[in-house]
Design a protein around this ligand. Structure first.
Ligand code: NAD
Length: 311
């Protein structure tokens, strides 16, 4: 039976954008957060996103009221999930909380409902340890902002059934996402491993003063960033030639940063409370005006790229 009723639990940074994506695709979305303010502001936050989507031509302005009408905010976890065929949790990143949630949800969801976690780091094999039917649970890992970034990583646990994995992939495709399946459960899944490997070298180059933070960003965006958005790293290798790449790899790999220490420059920023946009200063120094300008440019840039590449 086609999935038409879904639930989203946890309505913060990720949950609200996940709920929006399901609602745009025409599904009825049952939402719950254990903090009342998160429930009360949900529709307002999604309406604001939808206004940006309409300005970018990604939804018709006339459709916004019906999209919002498909969001149903519940004041209990149980009522949000009882009718739902697919539940995505985006509650806080705490293994104990997620384990208890998955065990509890089994008490009130339909027998064939699928339970998905948006965890960034815990394997479903661990989250589902206390479940009676772990074959119905898996990780579907969205990326921030989830209503804009197309990819969702789909990762089965040791006991997840193939039918569950396939149903999740089919649903994500149906709502316009680009799901990829991982064949193994690894910490950080796939993309965050690749991103962390890159950040180790980026931070090291910055710490050593090889280039300014502005120049590092410009260099990556205007070279590998452009190529990666269009064809991806494996295809880039084939175009350049594996003989060339083997030589470059052999020459450079021994010289790259290879330890797991956090670079001093980043450690000091964190220790002094300079965490980035959320505190006004991080790698770059911002004030509310520069931050508002950068945020607007970033969001418009993401939407333009999504339209250009993926719609
Ligand atoms: N922020 C990201 O970039 C990102 C990316 C991918 C995955 N994730 C993962 O998504 C999940 C949510 O992250 P976030 O950034 O949206 O966090 P967040 O703090 O913005 O939102 C979490 C929400 O869950 C609510 N909550 C906490 N416990 C709950 C419970 N038991 N029941 C119902 N609601 C509960 C909180 O009130 C809050 O509104 C985490 O597992 C995180 O690792 C985050």
């Amino acid at each position: 039976m086609a999935i038409e009723q879904v639930a989203v639990l946890g309505l913060g940074t990720m949950g609200h954008g996940i709920a929006q994506t399901f609602a745009i695709a025409g599904l009825q979305v049952h939402c719950f957060d254990d903090v009342p303010a998160a429930r009360e502001t949900l529709c307002e936050r999604i309406q604001s996103n939808l206004t940006e989507f309409a300005a970018a031509g990604l939804v018709a302005a006339a459709e916004i009221p019906s999209i919002l009408n498909r969001l149903h905010v519940h004041d209990s976890e149980q009522s949000a999930v009882t009718e739902s065929q697919f539940v995505t949790e985006a509650v806080k990143e705490d293994l104990g909380v997620k384990q208890a949630l998955f065990a509890r949800l089994e008490e009130y969801v339909a027998p064939d409902a699928i339970l998905a976690s948006n965890t960034s780091s815990y394997p479903m094999t661990q989250i589902g340890e206390r479940m009676r039917r772990p074959e119905r649970a898996l990780n579907t890992h969205w990326f921030n902002p989830p209503h804009i970034v197309p990819l969702v990583e789909v990762v089965a646990g040791a006991k997840t059934s193939e039918a569950t994995t396939q149903a999740a992939i089919d649903l994500l495709r149906r709502i316009g996402k680009l799901p990829i399946r991982l064949n193994q459960e690894l910490p950080g899944f796939l993309v965050n491993r690749i991103q962390t490997a890159m950040m180790r070298e980026v931070w090291d180059l910055w710490q050593r003063g090889v280039a300014s933070a502005e120049d590092i960003d410009l260099a990556v965006r205007s070279s590998i960033g452009l190529r990666l958005a269009v064809i991806g790293p494996m295809q880039v290798c084939d175009f350049a030639g594996l003989d060339i790449w083997s030589k470059v790899y052999g020459n450079l790999a021994p010289d790259l940063r290879a330890d797991s220490e956090l670079p001093d420059r980043i450690r000091k920023l964190v220790a002094t409370g300079h965490l980035g946009a959320k505190t006004g200063q991080g790698i770059f120094a911002d004030n509310p005006e520069t931050l508002a300008t950068k945020t607007k440019a970033r969001d418009e840039g993401y939407l333009d790229l999504v339209k250009l590449m993926w719609r």
